[in-house]
Design a protein around this ligand. Structure first.
Ligand code: TXA
Ligand code: MG
Length: 335
C-alpha cells in the first residue's frame, strides 16, 4: 500500500470512503475503523484488518436522528427524549432494522435483525457522515484483543500499514467506548455495555416525563453484547490484579510496575508507578487517560504489571472503568 499509515484530511477521507476504502476516524470516545455501512465488501475488509471474529457486529454511526430513523423502526417517544438529552454523544442504541432501507445495513449487523446506532459528537466525523449522507460502520480502530486507540498515533502504531489513512482529530475527549443501550422494548431500557453515561443519568432524564420506563443495569459479563465474550484491551505486558491490602509487598519490587488509582498507590517505594488518576476527584480524567495509561505499560522496562483492585461502587464512570480493567487484567497474580 502506498504511503502507509498516512494522516489524511477530511476531503480525502470522504473520497476514500466513497470508493469503499477503510479509514480511521476520530470520535469523542475512541477512534473508529470506518467504512460505508451498506458496503459488504468494505465491511469484510474491516473484519480482516481488525482480525475481528465475524460473529461480532459493528456499530453504525449517523449524523442525525433523521438519518437514524431511515433505517430503524418507529422509535418510542421516550427514545426521542433520550436522543434529545444525550445525542450526539457517547451513547449507542440497539434497535430493530426496518423492512426498507434498514436491510442495507445487514452486513454491518452480521445478519442480525437489530442494529446498534450512534451519533458521534466529533465534528469532523459528523461532517464526513453528512457529506456521505449515509451511515458509517466503525468498530474501535484496534486489532481485536488490543487496547482501543484514543489518539491518531495509537491507530498508526497498531494498524497504520493496513489502512487507507487516519483522520487525526486529536485526543478523544471521553476516552472509553460508548454506553450501549438496548431500546427495543416498549417500557424498558437495558444497559448492554457500561460507559460514561450511566443508570443514574438515564433515570434522571426519563423520570419526569416517562416515569414508567424501567432502566435495567448491565447484565453479567458475556451475556448480552456479542463482543463481551471476547477478551479486549489487553496490552502486551501481562497485568495481574492485586488487593489493596497487598500493596506494601509490591511497593519495593523492581521487576514490575504498580498500576492504580491515585488514592490507592503507595506514597513510597522503589516500584515504578502508573497513576490512573482519581475516581474520587475526577472520574472523567480517569476514563480519558485510561487506554493511554494501559498502553504505556508496554513502553516500560518491566515484565509485568500489578493492578490494585478497587470497589467501583455505583458511580457510572467508575463502573465503566472497572468493566474495561476487568478485561485488561488476569485474575491471579504471580507472587
Ligand atoms: O464508542 C464506541 O462505541 C466506539 C466508537 C468507534 O464509536 N465503537 C466501539 O465499537 O466500541 P466496537 O465494535 O469496539 O464495540 C461495539 C460493541 C461490540 O461489543 C458489539 O458486539 C456490539 O457493540 N454490537 C454492535 N452491533 C450490534 C448488534 N447489531 N447487536 C448486538 N450488539 C452489537
Ligand atoms: Mg472494540
Amino acid at each position: 500500500m502506498q504511503n502507509p499509515g498516512r494522516r489524511i484530511d477530511l476531503d480525502t477521507a470522504v473520497i476514500l470512503l466513497r470508493e469503499g476504502k477503510v479509514v480511521a476516524l476520530p470520535t469523542e470516545t475512541v477512534y473508529g475503523l470506518g467504512c460505508r455501512a451498506s458496503d459488504p465488501a468494505a465491511i469484510a475488509e474491516v473484519y480482516r484488518i481488525k482480525q475481528r471474529p465475524v460473529d461480532n457486529p459493528l456499530i453504525c454511526h449517523v449524523s442525525s436522528p433523521q438519518m437514524m430513523f431511515r433505517y430503524v423502526t418507529a422509535p418510542a417517544p421516550w427514545l426521542i427524549h433520550l436522543l434529545g438529552a444525550f445525542a450526539p454523544g457517547p451513547i449507542s442504541f440497539l434497535l430493530p432494522l426496518n423492512a426498507g432501507a434498514g436491510q442495507s445495513l445487514r452486513a454491518a449487523t452480521g445478519g442480525r435483525p437489530g442494529v446498534v446506532m450512534r451519533l458521534p459528537a466529533h465534528p469532523l466525523t459528523q461532517k464526513i457522515i453528512r457529506e456521505l449522507d449515509a451511515p458509517i460502520a466503525a468498530p474501535s480502530a484496534n486489532t481485536s484483543g488490543k487496547v482501543s486507540p484514543t489518539t491518531a498515533q495509537m491507530v498508526i502504531d497498531d494498524l497504520g500499514e493496513k489502512i487507507a489513512g487516519v483522520l487525526d482529530g486529536g485526543d478523544c475527549r471521553v476516552g472509553i467506548e460508548s454506553t450501549i443501550l438496548d431500546v427495543r422494548e416498549a417500557h424498558r431500557v437495558r444497559i448492554l455495555r457500561p460507559g460514561t453515561i450511566g443508570e443514574a443519568d438515564l433515570r434522571m432524564v426519563l423520570a419526569h416525563r416517562f416515569p414508567g420506563i424501567e432502566v435495567a443495569a448491565e447484565a453479567s459479563a458475556g451475556e448480552v453484547v456479542p463482543g463481551s465474550k471476547y477478551t479486549h484491551y489487553a496490552p502486551e505486558t501481562p497485568v495481574y490484579w492485586i488487593e489493596k491490602a497487598e500493596v506494601d509487598r509490591y511497593a519495593h519490587r523492581t521487576d514490575g510496575v504498580l498500576v492504580g488509582l491515585s488514592e490507592d498507590l503507595p506514597a513510597e517505594g522503589r516500584a515504578i508507578r502508573v497513576d490512573l488518576g482519581s475516581l474520587r476527584t475526577s472520574p472523567e480524567r480517569v476514563a480519558y487517560a485510561l487506554y493511554r495509561n494501559i498502553k504505556s505499560l508496554d513502553t516500560l522496562p518491566v515484565e509485568r504489571a500489578w493492578l490494585i483492585r478497587f470497589d467501583p461502587g455505583k458511580e457510572s464512570i467508575a463502573r465503566a472503568v472497572m468493566n474495561r480493567l476487568e478485561k485488561v487484567a488476569r485474575t491471579s497474580s504471580p507472587s
